[in-house]
Design a protein around this ligand. Structure first.
Ligand SMILES: Cc1ncc(COP(=O)(O)O)c(C=O)c1O
Length: 467
């Protein structure tokens, strides 16, 4: 069962994009003005989306408003940050109190101790340091693994994104023809990254222990460590197959290489103790960011006594002017100790499960294939009857159909992350069952609109002319 290459899919997208633009004259004007002073008229290239980047005026709880006054249920959540909800009273109070006391000293404040202790308890790793973004967290992980072992190579999962620094910008978001052979994936560097950097990385597919074993065996004595998302998040959520994470842990131990989990997206979101606790496999290093700061820029890296001892003894200087910034630490303390209680994860998961069940019922009724996933505040609906187990399989799913879904949700009051295929929803403590019901009603609306595109003829989805 699949979705045909069809001009009518393009027609639906064009019509929804026209509705999108018609609702946003002030956004269009701001974007035009912004293009005079900012490349692409946005602050980050991934804030650019089709047909327009959305300009936001404010957020409250589970909702945001664009500058044209349209209100949305916000499950974009700033690319998975806002699980506390917008302007959460506990976070607002903590930040306001801290602002009055000064926001930067480059010396530690007491809140940092409380945050480190809380993270140690949640993740089962004893020592923590802070930085300012997910990219800095994974950069620290690459540095630590190389500094401790004195070896050059790091193993990474095909297609996965770990931030925008040189070491990690290899084999991300590539099309099938740029990936190279499945048994020896290409090491394609991102723009501006020299091939020499990419050659310090070895690529393996997610959920493939044999490939990992092969690389670790062939490169014995050269591999410092492996970094992976324990659950692949920028691909509609791909969970680890049973035994995969345990196998990764065992292989990395056997081969004497370090293991880092990139929990920038999953940490504090899928479970109180992240995917680390959800799956019960503890790595040597955990990278956090996004949700930790309750909406304030943040990052953290946690590790075993052995790994973090390399910072203590000066083998690796983990540094940064804004590390442990008092404003971030105050917001993180409120987020961890007052907002993200275990009950909130259960509540969000129950809401997400209802959203998924209602959405899938509507899709099935209209003959549209789907699978989905819910863990804590995260969830996804993917338009395929074959759950992807790695990045190559994920690429076969229709980008165009997911974009149509994003547009229909947006035009009817739900703000999903743009680039719908790779992203998932992020709920917050403030979302209600009405918010979830609107999401499911919009899935039904889109299903009714697109049902005629479904065919039993092809096993895989094919896109319209959309790219
Ligand atoms: C899994 C993962 N790691 C790292 C990053 C980089 O985080 P940041 O954008 O805060 O640098 C991201 C960003 O989306 C991410 O999804």
């Amino acid at each position: 069962m699949g979705i045909t290459t069809s001009s009518s899919l393009d027609d639906l997208i064009r019509a929804e994009e026209a509705r999108f633009e018609a609702r946003m004259p002030r956004t269009a004007a701001m974007w035009a003005r912004a293009q005079q002073s900012m490349p692409g008229g946005v602050c980050s290239s991934w804030a650019s989306s089709r047909p327009l980047p959305v300009w936001v005026s404010h957020g409250k709880g589970g909702h945001v408003w664009d500058v044209d006054g349209n209100e949305y249920v916000d499950v974009h959540a700033g690319y998975g940050v806002n699980v506390v909800g917008h302007a959460n009273p506990a976070v607002v109070r903590a930040v306001q109190e801290r602002v009055e006391l000064g926001t930067h000293f480059a010396q530690p404040t007491e809140d940092a101790i409380v945050v480190a202790e809380n993270l140690a308890e949640r993740f089962g790793l004893p020592k923590w340091r802070f930085n300012n973004s997910g990219s800095e967290s994974t950069m620290d992980a690459f540095h630590l693994m190389r500094a401790i072992t004195g070896r050059p190579l790091v193993v990474k999962i095909e297609g996965s994104y770990h931030g925008h620094h040189d070491a990690a910008m290899v084999s991300i978001f590539r099309s099938l023809d740029a990936l190279g052979p499945a048994d020896d994936p290409a090491r394609v560097p991102g723009p501006g990254v020299p091939q020499g950097m990419a050659d310090l990385v070895r690529i393996v597919p997610f959920n493939d222990l044999a490939a990992l074993d092969r690389v670790l065996t062939e490169r014995r004595g050269q591999v410092a460590g492996m970094i992976l998302e324990p659950m692949l998040m920028n691909a509609g959520i791909i969970p680890p197959l049973p035994g995969y994470l345990e196998g990764v842990r065992e292989l990395t131990r056997t081969h004497g290489v370090l293991l880092a989990f990139d929990e920038v997206k999953t940490g504090l979101v899928v479970h109180p103790g992240g995917a680390t606790k959800l799956f019960g496999v503890t790595p040597d290093i955990v990278c956090l960011a996004k949700a930790l700061g309750g909406g304030v820029p943040c990052g953290a890296i946690g590790g075993t006594e052995e790994v973090m001892g390399a910072i203590t003894d000066g083998t690796y200087d983990q540094i940064g002017t804004f590390n442990g910034n008092p404003l971030t630490m105050a917001a993180a303390r409120a987020t961890l100790t007052e907002v993200l209680t275990p009950e909130q994860y259960d509540r969000a998961e129950a809401l997400g499960r209802r959203m998924l069940a209602d959405s899938q019922a509507a899709l099935t009724a209209h003959g549209i294939p789907s699978y989905g996933m819910v863990h804590g505040f995260k969830g996804s609906v993917v338009f395929s009857d074959r759950p992807a187990t790695n990045y190559r399989e994920f690429l076969a799913i229709s980008t165009a159909f997911s974009h149509l879904h994003f547009l229909v949700q947006f035009n009817n009051g739900v703000f999903l992350p743009p680039w719908g295929k790779s992203e998932s929803w992020t709920l917050s403590v403030a979302h209600t069952s009405d918010d979830g019901a609107l999401y499911a009603a919009n899935v039904e609306r889109m299903a009714a609109m697109a049902a005629h595109l479904v065919t039993r003829a092809s096993a895989l989805f094919a896109d319209g002319s959309f790219n």
